[in-house]
Design a protein around this ligand. Sequence first.
Ligand code: NAI
Length: 306
Amino acid sequence: PRVSVIGAGNVGRTLAQRIAEKNLADVVLLDIVNGLPQGIALDLMEAQGIELHDSEIIGTNNYEDTAGSDIVVITAGLARKPGMSRDDLMNVNAKIVVEAATKCLQYSPEAIFIVITNPLDVMTYLVWQSTGLPPQRVMGMAGVLDSSRLQTFIAMELGVSTADVHAMVLGGHGDLMLPLPRYCTVSGVPITELMDEITINRLVERTRNGGAEIVKLLQTGGAYYAPASSACTMVETILRNQSRLLPAAAYLKGEYGLQDVYLGVPCRLGCRGVESILEVRLTDAERLDLHTSAASVRQNVHLALD
Ligand code: NAI
């Protein structure tokens, strides 16, 4: 199989490395900067004999080279800089993402699209809208990352193996995300049985600020190792038709009482993309939070379309 990764920045190049070293697919890494994707691809290829994988990695500035991709992952776009408003970032990234998606579709009409560029839920909506693809073939990556952050914090707090912890975070990728402690477990035991409410709330808050915590530490940009791992899991699930249940930004058609919006919900992912959306039972408060998150995404979509 073939996966195109658009944007050879921190997230894109790390994702390319993960896909290749897991032997999942050949990777086409595309960026607007001349030489950048070519240099990274060559560097990664020069480790092939040591890492012992068979994936070919091609760096390019030309969309023709992405032809025949099974999956296109979009990471292209600006990260926030001082003096830039959120709306500035949104409008700049909207143009980049829409152009990338429509050009990729031209050469890979059968591809499934995974969007990573922020603001995530808004960019995913724009990719769906501009490509005119069936919604099951366009999704956004955020929930796997937000859930794995919560999973990590729970494991650290309890001193248990991360592998035994399962966590679920729904909603938009931002301050209004909706971590669901009621549905987090350690080897099947709900964490609400293992921790007090104050501790749980602390972990939930840390998850909400998980991205910002890393931006503050790095000073030079955002997180990319865990984001790349999260996207790679989605790529693997789709390529291998694994039917894993993963939170992803998906197009809602009435699920959770919401319509015509992209939002993080539990999805069964397989070779056709979002095979189905699972509706978990929510309390009135959780449902209200999800609707608030949806309203914020919708408002930003309108701003981006203006
Ligand atoms: P980065 O700045 O390291 O890389 C972005 C790359 O996009 C650069 O190499 C740049 O040259 C390229 N680019 C810009 N315009 C382009 C165009 N028109 N065509 C092709 N390539 C273009 O940024 P990083 O850290 O890789 O993050 C990328 C995006 O992913 C950001 O918007 C970031 O906020 C988002 N992100 C989202 C996460 C999520 O959970 N959904 C997690 C981490 C990052």
